[in-house]
Design a protein around this ligand. Structure first.
Ligand code: ATP
Ligand code: MG
Length: 409
């Protein structure tokens, strides 16, 4: 991509109403645009990061046999009334609207009810199970506070996976597979070192759920951890009986803040029973389908990565999610000409700063935008048939022969 051709303009200062670090940096660097509190547009760089995150999640889920779908946002109240979740007392974050022809609709905050309703048309026998379906979808939640940039949106992108089983044992088996897949996902996203499978409250039907918590100073959750014993638990289950269950004492745990990047639940028959999702087993008997649900906050993950790696100069993207691999700058006539040559055919991985402005301005934007490698070609580097390559994460610079650089594209 040529910087001169995009409509993006980096900003020296963040908008005054953007108090979060991720929101401020992502806005200044041209990744997102704030529409109102908790509502953001994603611009070309931001879309690239989101798509990279989605690709990693999609690849790991497909490996464990999941299939991708896309369910509707507009919700018929009927199935939600059957589970008691259309009531604003029960679920206090609904956005609701009305049909011109009369009748109420909701904007989906999650998708258990509609996916169960959909599957009633497709599941009838044990032969149809197990089944694992996921989607990347914009969720709507009327959150009370939305001051954390894209960490908490009123409209946000979630990956939600739902699994369907003939038995609790099969649900348990798949649930453990998802934990392994999630670990791989967070590692590939660059969050592996600081993301922990965390015991959290499980609601009525299961003792615990598991959250995936990334330790982060601005995280909204409080967790207790003991790294030697590999135990992390959310404050909401920090109680004597739970500690006894986990075989750990209060004194062995330290407190910190974290951002919940994922959450998985064994729903069992919590929603499939009231909605009547059943199958005929090998003995011709009718049974209720067992379910699990598994979320990852895709847009929140982008915000967490932005918060976690940023420094005083700007964003720092791990290579796996970065919008581009290289930020290319040509200096002097010859340098610019050589940069043009290098860019040709590599429009996907190179962000070419071909704007008519001072090198200093380009270097500052390279740091703000946070692409992993800055490549500078000038008279000086050309004397050695090389380019100067600077690693954004470590700040280390080295001369790399142009021929070698071309091979790495
Ligand atoms: P939280 O406790 O942060 O409100 P939650 O437990 O209600 O989240 P889930 O319903 O488990 O969230 O949603 C799955 C994932 O979606 C969460 O783990 C989180 O990463 C993400 N998520 C939830 N709410 C938001 C939001 N308002 N903005 C951005 N991401 C969100
Ligand atoms: Mg949760």
């Amino acid at each position: 991509m040529r910087l001169s051709k995009t409509f993006i303009k980096t900003l020296r200062e963040a908008p005054k109403d953007e108090i979060s670090k991720n929101g401020a940096l992502l806005t200044r660097a041209g990744y997102i645009h704030k529409v109102m509190a908790g509502v953001y547009d994603y611009l070309p760089f931001g879309m690239r990061v989101i798509e990279n995150i989605k690709t990693i999640v999609r690849e790991e889920l497909n490996k464990i046999g999941c299939e991708e779908v896309l369910l509707s946002t507009l919700q018929n109240p009927e199935p939600w009334e059957k589970t008691g979740r259309f009531s604003d007392q029960e679920v206090d974050i609904w956005f609701k609207t009305e049909l011109a022809s009369g009748g109420e609709l909701g904007l989906a905050p999650t998708h258990e009810e509609p996916i169960i309703t959909m599957l009633k048309s497709y599941i009838s026998s044990y032969k149809d199970l197990p089944l694992y379906l996921y989607q990347f979808q914009t969720k709507f939640r009327n959150e009370k506070r939305a001051k954390s940039g894209i960490l908490r949106g009123r409209e946000f992108l979630m990956k939600d996976l739902y699994s369907f089983h003939t038995s609790e044992e099969d649900l348990n088996r798949f649930y453990d597979e998802v934990i392994v897949a999630y670990d791989k996902i967070f590692k590939r996203l660059g969050l592996g070192d600081d993301t922990y499978t965390t015991f959290a409250s499980g609601g009525i039907f299961s003792k615990y759920s598991h959250e995936f918590q990334t330790f982060l100073p601005v995280g909204e959750d409080t967790v207790y951890y003991n790294k030697d014993k590999s135990v992390v638990l959310n404050k909401e289950v920090f109680e004597p009986d739970v500690l006894e269950d986990l075989g750990i004492s209060k004194e062995e745990l330290s407190e910190t803040t974290a951002a919940e990047v994922g959450n998985i639940f064994k729903l069992k028959i919590k929603y499939s029973e009231p909605l009547g999702l059943k199958f005929i087993d090998e003995n011709n008997k009718q049974n209720v389908v067992y379910m699990g649900c598994y979320g990852i906050g895709i847009s929140r993950v982008m915000g967490v990565i932005a918060e976690k790696f940023a420094d005083e100069k700007g964003l720092v993207w791990p290579e796996a999610v970065a919008p581009f691999k290289y930020y290319l700058v040509g200096i002097d006539e010859k340098g610019i000409k050589e940069a043009e040559k290098l860019y040709e055919g590599h429009e996907e991985e190179i962000l070419f700063d071909d704007r008519d402005c001072r090198p200093g301005e380009k270097f500052a934007d390279a740091e703000l935008i946070g692409v992993p490698y800055r490549v500078v070609i000038s008279d000086k580097t050309l004397m050695k048939k090389s380019a100067e390559v600077t690693d954004r994460m470590t700040g280390k610079t080295k001369l790399v022969p142009l021929a070698e650089l071309k091979k790495s594209f």
